[in-house]
Design a protein around this ligand. Structure first.
Ligand SMILES: Cc1ncc(COP(=O)(O)O)c(C=O)c1O
Length: 439
């Protein structure tokens, strides 16, 4: 059982928040597509003594003494990432997905260069050049979109035209709210034609790729692959940057060639962007990558996909409108205006009232602003971790539809919340035991 007895003794104020969060996670349904529940082993590694250690540099080349075990654990994480994703090099030090993407941009481009990525309302991510980000001040971001929002097919011809005109240095494939598959080979061929590198930001689906249930962009020749480690990969917060090429001496600035990408990326993370790596996080990433190598992880990933497909089907049968009319991965985006006549923020709040968490999301070319968008994004990785399968998914959809129906009746919503809580408490969350707050 996970307890926080030392915090409890020393700092009751913080202790209350730790227990509150544990309880919230057990008693609620987590359908935020980017969240998951880590295993006790990942959590233990994350809470380990590696947090005490400064390890600027890379294994075998550090700036401080005492690196015997940090070198070992970082090497384990690197080797596991390389084996899982099939690449020559992995940097495991980026503190988050945003930092990983920035490190690649700065490794490969000069200020003012162009990067071509998925339009944000069509599913791209903030770090792919939202005007509010610092990166948008330094680089010229241009966009591609879906050709048909009913099927999710990307407009590859449009992408080719923009690429020819804008001459990007990077073409970026990746998303945080796109439910369909990407033709990586098509993007790679366009990148080759215009002399760009093909970069995949697989933050959302890396676990599904590691498990072999979704296609790996490296198999279509992509040069760089970034991902967060905390979504479908089910590790701690963190990121990987992977590439093909040869690792050189990080102390010497190499020429900007594809062969030198590993060295450029390593130098971009440290000393370019970050100082000491979070070694406790690296240790937990190593554990999570070890879990992802096991057969159970493949079965888990297959079930995520089945659950998402089933959920999408259920919603559509009940008259809801989904962007692209379904899903090929772990998430779906619902058009709440068309489905219920209310926006995504209102829908998110109604479901939150009954302890079901989703995240509001823009829909393609949304007329509503991002803080009050037209859609919600819903994903199945977390509830699949809790052992839910198709019958439980149907039950969740029923709860959600019922909540919409009774949305103006607070007392009825409170009763429904009780039912949701009772239902989901019988599906354990790894590393959470109610005994922690019942004693
Ligand atoms: C596609 C994509 N890239 C990057 C990120 C950024 O990751 P982080 O929140 O760890 O900085 C996210 C997070 O949601 C994402 O979905």
């Amino acid at each position: 059982m996970f307890t926080f007895d030392e915090v409890q003794k020393q700092d009751p104020e913080v202790y209350k928040t730790l227990i509150g969060e544990m309880r919230r996670e057990l008693e609620g349904v987590e359908l935020i597509a980017s969240e998951n529940y880590v295993t006790p082993a990942v959590l233990q590694a994350l809470g380990s003594h590696f947090t005490n250690k400064y390890s600027e540099g890379y294994p075998g080349r550090r700036y401080y003494a005492g690196q015997k075990f940090t070198d070992q654990v970082e090497t384990i994480a690197i080797e596991r990432a390389k084996a899982l994703f099939g690449c020559d090099h992995a940097n495991v030090q980026a503190s988050s997905g945003a930092a990983a993407n920035i490190a690649v941009y700065t490794a490969w481009m000069e200020i003012g260069d162009t990067i071509l990525g998925m339009d944000l309302t069509h599913g791209g991510h903030l770090t792919h050049g939202a005007p509010v980000t610092h990166m948008a001040k330094f680089y010229n971001f241009v966009r591609y979109k879906m050709k048909d929002v009913e099927t999710g097919e990307i407009d590859y011809e449009g992408l080719r035209e923009v690429a020819k005109k804008e001459k990007p240095k990077i073409i970026l494939a990746g998303f945080s709210a796109f439910p369909r598959t990407i033709d990586y080979a098509a993007i790679k061929s366009i990148a080759d034609d215009v002399g760009a590198i093909a970069m995949a930001d697989m933050a959302h689906i890396a676990g599904l790729i590691a498990a072999g249930v979704l296609r790996n962009p490296f198999d279509d020749g992509f040069e760089v692959f970034t991902t967060t480690t905390h979504k479908t990969l089910r590790g701690p917060r963190g990121a990987l940057i992977m590439s093909k090429g040869t690792v050189g001496n990080p102390l010497k600035a190499p020429e900007k060639t594809i062969e030198n990408l590993p060295t450029l990326i390593d130098r971009s993370i440290f000393p370019g962007l970050q100082g000491g790596p979070h070694m406790h996080q690296t240790a937990a990433i190593a554990v999570a990558l070890g879990e992802a190598q096991k057969p159970e992880f493949k079965a888990y990933s297959q079930q995520i996909l089945k659950n998402a497909k089933h959920m999408a089907q259920q919603f559509m049968e009940k008259g809801c409108k989904l962007v692209t009319n379904g899903t090929d991965n772990h998430l779906m985006v619902m058009d709440c205006v068309k489905s219920f006549g209310i926006n995504g923020k209102q829908t998110e709040e109604i479901w939150e009232h009954i302890n079901i968490n989703t995240s509001k999301s823009t829909i393609p070319d949304d007329e509503n602003p991002p803080y009050k968008p037209s859609g919600v994004r819903i994903g199945t990785p977390a509830m699949t971790t809790r052992g839910m399968k198709e019958p439980e998914i149907e039950k969740l959809v029923d709860f959600m539809m019922k909540a919409i129906e009774i949305r103006n009746d607070d007392a009825a919503l409170d009763t429904l919340k009780g039912e949701v809580q009772e239902f989901c408490c019988s599906y354990p969350v790894p590393a959470i035991d109610p005994a922690a707050w019942e004693t």
